[in-house]
Design a protein around this ligand. Structure first.
Ligand SMILES: [Zn+2]
Length: 353
């Protein structure tokens, strides 16, 4: 059995840099460029990178065999906001990119990006939020109408805000607030699913270190529209036999997933993943002593589901590290990254089709 080293420190460095790069669904330039640069720097043999017209990153790694091509995917797009209206107060009404509780972004710092790429700082808050003035605010239901962005710029009218260059349609980036603790936890927004992209990076790194290539031709898709449901619907070759999707595991009451393991998701809202893939992944965790959980996610779909819904013929599986408080201020652990990258690497090397 070939030993594999998973370099958690380097995965973490990659992840922290990626988390600090804004990529709400619909805006991906810096993040995709960063992943492209990082993958290219690995200098893997017979590995080529390209971009799809819609901006996703595709890597093709020539494997030992070509008879049952594989895909591996993770999405780099995250939650965010977009300017919906400029209010007469000069503040911004926003619309959500992806789905989340408004409570989860209350009082979060943001950066507004204008059409000409100027950046303004600000904060998401409910209208009239001071408890010295408004006693009703604690119980007011948070909604797109109640919440607004207060800009750190001198403006008290729509005209003044427009004069800053801000307009309807501008992206609003949520501060990720990344922190790596000495106990191995990674606390940040957007671990869904930048942790999944880091898992792919860690698996590539592990194979590079031992000079191995995948068992089959493998297409890696770093998708940029998962949070709105169509990241994985294109970008793969038509003759794919298997697709391994890497995305966060959903933790909570009744769930078996945790932050220290890789989870094999056997079913989510969109139905069961392919049982031959599930069985293969379980076998790999047993053979290589990879700490794993098996789970079902109640309100969840992945780019594997998007691929299937778009008519993709491959057998699809879903794995990933546990992420606590998903679509809010999230947390995972380096052990979850480790086991997820290890399973991904073992999957890439596995000769069984
Ligand atoms: Zn996700």
């Amino acid at each position: 059995m070939q030993p594999l080293n998973i370099d958690v420190a380097q995965m973490t460095t990659f992840l922290v840099d990626l988390l600090n790069m804004p990529s709400p669904t619909g805006y991906y330039v810096e993040a995709i460029e960063y992943v492209q640069r990082s993958f290219a720097a690995l200098e893997l043999p017979d590995f080529t990178l390209s971009l799809t017209p819609k901006g996703a990153l595709v890597g093709l790694w020539r494997g030992i065999a070509q008879n049952a091509p594989r895909g591996v995917t993770a999405h780099v797009d995250t939650l965010g906001l977009m300017v919906k209206e400029i209010k007469s107060s000069g503040r911004l009404k926003t619309t959500q990119l992806g789905g989340f509780m408004w409570n989860a972004v209350e009082f979060e710092g943001v950066t507004v990006r204008t059409y000409t790429n100027q950046r303004y700082r600000g904060t998401v808050l409910p209208q009239n939020p001071s408890t010295h003035v408004n006693r009703e605010i604690a119980d007011a239901k948070r909604s797109a109408d109640l919440m607004e962005v207060r800009l750190d710029a001198r403006t008290s009218s729509a005209d003044e805000t427009r004069a800053l260059g801000i307009e309807v349609g501008d992206f609003v980036f949520l501060d990720p607030r990344v922190e790596v603790t000495d106990t191995g936890f990674i606390r940040s927004r957007h671990l869904d699913n930048k942790s999944g992209v880091a898992v792919i990076y860690g698996a590539l790194l592990a194979l590079k270190e031992v000079g191995l290539r995948p068992a089959q031709d493998t297409t890696f898709l770093i998708a940029n529209y998962e949070e709105v449901g169509h990241g994985g619907s294109s970008g793969f070759p038509p003759d794919l036999a298997e697709l391994l999707t890497i995305d966060m595991a959903a933790m909570g009451e009744g769930q078996s997933s945790d932050e220290f393991s890789v989870t094999i998701c056997v079913k989510d809202t969109t139905g069961p993943y392919h049982f031959l893939m599930n069985n293969k992944l379980r076998r790999l965790t047993e053979t290589f002593n990879i700490q794993a959980k098996i789970d079902i996610y109640p309100y969840y779909g992945s780019d594997g589901s998007a691929y299937w819904q778009a008519g993709g013929p491959a057998r699809v599986g879903l794995i990933g590290p546990g992420v606590d408080a998903s679509h809010a201020y999230e947390r995972t652990h380096q052990d979850g990254l480790l086991h997820s990258a290890h399973l991904t690497a073992r999957y890439l090397l596995d000769p069984a089709s």
